[in-house]
Design a protein around this ligand. Structure first.
Ligand code: 48H
Length: 267
């Protein structure tokens, strides 16, 4: 049996610290920051990274995928309505037809394939990292994200004084789901009004979410369930086609916004 090569703890630690720091320093500046690594954020990231843009996903959890792992009612199945099965085909995710126009896939399989597709395209991820605030420039254009370690936000205020740090970017995508955390920071400053998502009505909701995906404020795109929250659109329940197609639309909007601007070189 082959024996393991004799490297020890210090080499393991150096590899982790060095690897993290090199990447972190490089991604202090990016083309697009996507806040939230659920289905809409991952899809947007994958599409944008394919174009050569430098993409960073900020995710507060230690895992990616958001609500896409477990679908409805903790039952590990995700559904998609026609035409979103095309994305399943594109990502080689196995699925079955449930009834005409409705398809079902295994959450863990679908989610892990989507995560892999985003990573394969070149998306980088900062997980256990909480979006804390926005960076605003002239004309209140969104120009970055202020972040902190997730565990810091879990500590009581009295015993923490850990200031967050800021990352610069050209475009931010709010893909934080029901909370619309990024847009909420604009609302807190009186720059925008959030309506709050409406009651469930799947037949109406999905087209509306995709239609409303786009620039909500200079430099900021809203995608996925966050779009329903911002514009007061009906929710859709445990079906994910609109999340994936909204991610694609967010990527198209971001590409247009990046337009002629020179992309930041990914090292
Ligand atoms: C860093 C954050 C922060 C923060 C949140 O909830 P998600 O899966 O979002 P979508 O929009 O891609 O998909 C929504 C879908 O999962 C869903 O819930 C549906 C279809 N519901 C329908 C209905 O009727 O209820 O993912 C959002 C991600 C999560 O991973 C969060 O942890 C992350 O964003 N996140 N990351 N900093 N402040 N807030």
């Amino acid at each position: 049996m082959a024996k393991f090569y004799p490297v020890g703890e210090k080499e393991v630690t150096r590899a982790i610290v060095g690897g993290f720091l090199r990447q972190f320093e490089e991604y202090v500046e990016s083309d697009v920051i996507i806040v939230g690594g659920g289905p809409s954020g991952l899809m947007a990231g994958r599409e944008l990274a394919k174009t050569g843009a430098k993409i960073l996903i900020i995710e507060r959890n230690n895992y990616l995928g958001g609500g896409f792992w477990i679908g409805g009612y903790l039952m590990n199945k995700v559904t998609l309505r026609d035409p979103a099965q095309a994305v399943l085909e594109e990502l080689s995710i196995p699925y079955q037809k449930a009834v005409e126009g409705l398809f079902v896939a295994d959450g863990p399989h679908a989610c892990s394939k989507l995560i892999a597709a985003a990573c394969d395209a070149g998306v980088k991820v900062l997980n256990m990292t909480m979006f804390d605030d926005i960076v605003l420039r002239q004309g209140n254009r969104v120009a970055g994200a202020v972040v902190n370690w997730t565990p810091v936000s879990a500590l009581p205020r009295e015993i923490t004084c850990v200031d967050p740090i800021a990352l610069e970017t050209k475009v931010v995508i709010d893909a934080t789901g029901h909370d619309a955390c990024v847009v909420r920071k604009l609302e807190q400053r009186g720059l925008i009004k959030i309506v709050g998502f409406g009651a469930m009505w799947v037949e109406e909701s999905e087209d509306l979410v995709v239609e409303h995906t786009g620039e909500v404020h200079p430099g900021l795109i809203v995608a996925g369930m966050a779009a329903a929250t911002v514009y007061g659109l009906p929710r859709m329940g445990p079906t994910f086609g609109a999340m994936l197609l909204s991610g694609k639309r967010a990527a198209e909007a971001a590409s247009r916004m990046l337009g002629q601007r020179e992309l930041v070189k990914a090292g």
